[in-house]
Design a protein around this ligand. Structure first.
Ligand code: GLN
Length: 207
């Protein structure tokens, strides 16, 4: 199977590990730069983006993750992880930095105080069985305010863009790891498999 890392400095790491394993990946929790070696993909979980950013820098993970994103490693960010994949953010802390990689501007906590969390059935044509709505859980969720032409919109809630893909980078405002529906993780594992096959082609042995 492909080996997928989960950035494990803060956030709902365990739920992503379980969803990835159910989707057929081998999983490694990543807390140190050495643990990034040999991965076919990386997940940045939901949690608190300011804390993930601060700890990633303290643990020496910020620069290596940025470099891997730019080198084409598949990376999936949910919620706080989406914020960390945005080239620009709005309503961030003054010091806050992101890994970047997706040509988009994301606003933190964009759905307002009255609706801190909610669930919506989303139509996501990029998923398997697209006719079945995806039960998307939003918790103090960000939204994509602007994006460049290279960014593919995968889902919207009303007018708000809440799921995007740019090349091997995938991001959702919502938390598929808590919904019991693994189709977003399955999509990401397929992206990791394609990357693995492109980077490490199996040499056919003569029989
Ligand atoms: N509001 C959080 C942030 O800015 C994200 C919330 C989440 O990941 N559920 O990091």
């Amino acid at each position: 199977p492909v080996l997928v890392g989960v950035l494990a400095v803060q956030g709902d790491v365990r739920e992503h590990v379980a969803a990835l394993e159910r989707s057929g990946a081998a999983v490694r929790r990543v807390r140190r730069p050495e643990e990034l070696e040999g991965l076919d993909g990386l997940v940045v979980p939901g949690g608190e983006s300011t804390t993930i950013d601060r700890l990633a820098r303290i643990f020496g993970l910020h620069e290596p993750v940025r470099a891997l994103v730019r080198a084409g490693l598949p990376v999936y960010g949910s919620c706080a992880g989406m914020i960390q994949l945005a080239d620009q953010i709005l309503d961030g802390h003054a010091e806050q930095q992101t890994f970047g990689g997706i040509d988009m501007t994301v606003r933190r906590n964009a759905f307002g105080r009255q609706v801190d969390s909610f669930e919506a059935g989303l139509v996501v044509p990029a998923l398997l069985e697209p006719e079945r709505p995806f039960p998307a859980v939003f918790i103090r969720a960000p939204r994509v305010e602007h994006h460049g032409p290279g960014v593919q919109v995968l889902a919207r809630v009303d007018d708000a863009v809440v799921a995007v893909r740019q090349g091997n980078l995938l991001a959702t405002s919502f938390h598929p790891e808590v919904s019991g529906d693994d189709r977003v993780h399955q999509l990401f594992v397929r992206i990791c498999c394609a990357h693995h096959a492109a980077v490490r082609p199996t040499v056919a042995t003569a029989s």
